[in-house]
Design a protein around this ligand. Structure first.
Ligand code: FAD
Length: 420
């Protein structure tokens, strides 16, 4: 959304004074606000639409260990100890959400997630998602190598081979498409909007702002400027939104994919990438795990009410699936439908689709989160760039960002590594 000159130049009557102003009410922003409150700070979150209206309620709800790539690839990209730390970080993310109480949510499922290698197709015409022989064998080899490295690094993981580990009760394994799986045994899944509602309900109004706003989460307030103010000990910021000017000692921008709309120089740091999904009223079909296949290009799982959600296929239409536009497209949805039909055994039956949707992810240059001062030095801080895995990283990353920002220390996943 753009902001007109008239809204920018209007100075509304309400001024809030807080310790920490968080911008954006997704999983990262709400977790950051909770972390700051628990450190005794007065906090306000300014959200341009409503709670979790960005990616945090549009995702697949995997609470999965790991990152966009498999472990062996992460070792190659980041080095052995950084890969292990990243996997541990995502385990800690799930532990943190469990401590918040997510296990009592109606939609929460303690269910393993599996990284699948699919069988290769024969020659000739094949759907975009069905692997070539070359890709299928590289994919399998990558997962096998990941299993070895993970076990060596003390990360629990299992292996299932379609030839020996037949699972007749599971639609995906029955499809005949799956060759093998690397299993994360302790993962979970959840309705992400239910999770977000639970986290937001834990926010407490602080006495200093309670007379001006009923809740620390202030919705429908698009931030359009962050201005530095004061010097030395009295240094801080004024954050300007439609009806509020917030004076804050610290500002944490948690707008993920939308970062470049507010922060100069972020066009290259966080790139908006669209992800699309569909939901099926999958009565009579069962999935015993949450599945991630073709290196995460396609993913699907069963919700607690039996619905199966299927997402992905963006990589085959990568040039179209960029930017901020919230819409589904015939090309990606067509590919998703063909994938769902084959993987879940619908054959020529009509697919019982109940919802189609899209969401915008923020991709960082190296696939790792970005935390730290957005413009270096004493600028506002940023936390984001979760590259499609923010439900599995955002809670923990927000805690790291708040801790480092308030303590004045270098954060893990420092943004300085990608700044030129
Ligand atoms: C289709 C899809 C499937 C996914 N599946 C998974 C999954 O299964 N597991 C997983 O771990 N991750 C998944 N992800 C990724 C995950 O959803 C995101 O990484 C995560 O939600 C990012 O959280 P966030 O809080 O950083 O950003 P968001 O949730 O996008 O929140 C940013 C917020 O900032 C607000 N905002 C933006 N600009 C402003 C402004 N100027 N002023 C005020 N507010 C502003 C937005 O309205 C938004 O509410 C998926 C994403 C998509 C799109």
């Amino acid at each position: 959304m753009t902001v007109s000159h008239w809204r920018r130049s209007f100075r509304g009557p309400a001024t809030l004074d807080v310790g920490v102003c968080v911008i954006g009410a997704g999983v990262c922003g709400v977790s950051a606000a909770l972390a700051a409150q628990r450190r005794g700070e007065s906090v306000v979150i300014l959200e341009r639409h409503t709670l979790a209206s960005g990616a945090s309620s549009r995702n697949a709800g995997f609470l999965m260990r790991g990152a966009a790539c498999h472990y062996a690839e992460a070792v190659e990209l980041y080095g052995r100890s950084a890969a292990r730390d990243l996997w541990r970080f995502t385990e800690a993310n799930l532990e943190g959400l469990r401590r918040e109480g997510c296990e009592v949510l109606a939609s929460y499922r303690r269910v393993p997630s599996m990284l699948l290698a699919l069988r290769a197709s024969g020659t000739g015409l094949r759907p975009v998602w069905l692997p070539s022989a070359e890709y299928a064998s590289a994919n399998r080899a990558g997962l096998e190598r990941s299993l070895t490295l993970m076990r060596e690094d003390g990360l629990e993981a299992d292996w299932i081979d379609a030839n020996s580990g037949h699972r007749p009760d599971d639609a995906a394994w029955r499809s005949g498409l799956v060759a093998c799986a690397l299993v994360n045994p302790h993962d979970a899944s959840v309705n992400s909007y239910e999770l977000m509602s639970m986290l937001a309900a834990k926010l407490k109004a602080h006495a200093t702002i309670a007379t001006k706003v009923a809740s620390p989460l202030v919705e429908n307030q698009e931030v359009f400027a962050i201005e530095p103010q004061g010097q030395g000990q009295g240094r801080g910021f004024v954050v300007r939104a439609a009806d509020f000017a917030v004076r804050a000692r610290h500002v944490l921008v948690c707008t993920n994919a939308y970062a470049s709309l507010l922060l100069p120089g972020f066009d290259e740091l966080v790139k908006p990438r669209r992800g699309q999904m569909l939901a099926l009223d999958a009565q009579g079909r069962t999935l015993t795990a949450s599945y991630y296949c073709n290196d995460g290009s396609e993913y699907f799982r069963q919700a607690a009410d039996g619905t199966i959600v299927v997402g992905g296929c963006r990589t085959y239409f990568a040039e179209e699936e960029v930017g901020f536009e919230d819409r589904t497209t015939a090309s990606v949805q067509g590919a998703l439908e063909s994938f769902a039909r084959a993987m879940l055994g619908y054959g020529d039956e009509a697919l019982p689709i109940t919802a189609l949707w899209a969401g915008t992810m923020g991709f960082s240059p190296d696939g790792l989160p970005l935390i730290g001062p957005a413009g270096g030095g004493s600028s506002p801080w940023f936390c984001g760039g979760f590259t499609g895995h923010g439900m599995s990283m955002g809670y923990e990353a927000a805690h790291e960002a708040v801790g480092a920002m308030l303590e004045g220390r270098e954060p893990m996943f420092s943004i300085a590594r990608v700044r030129t």
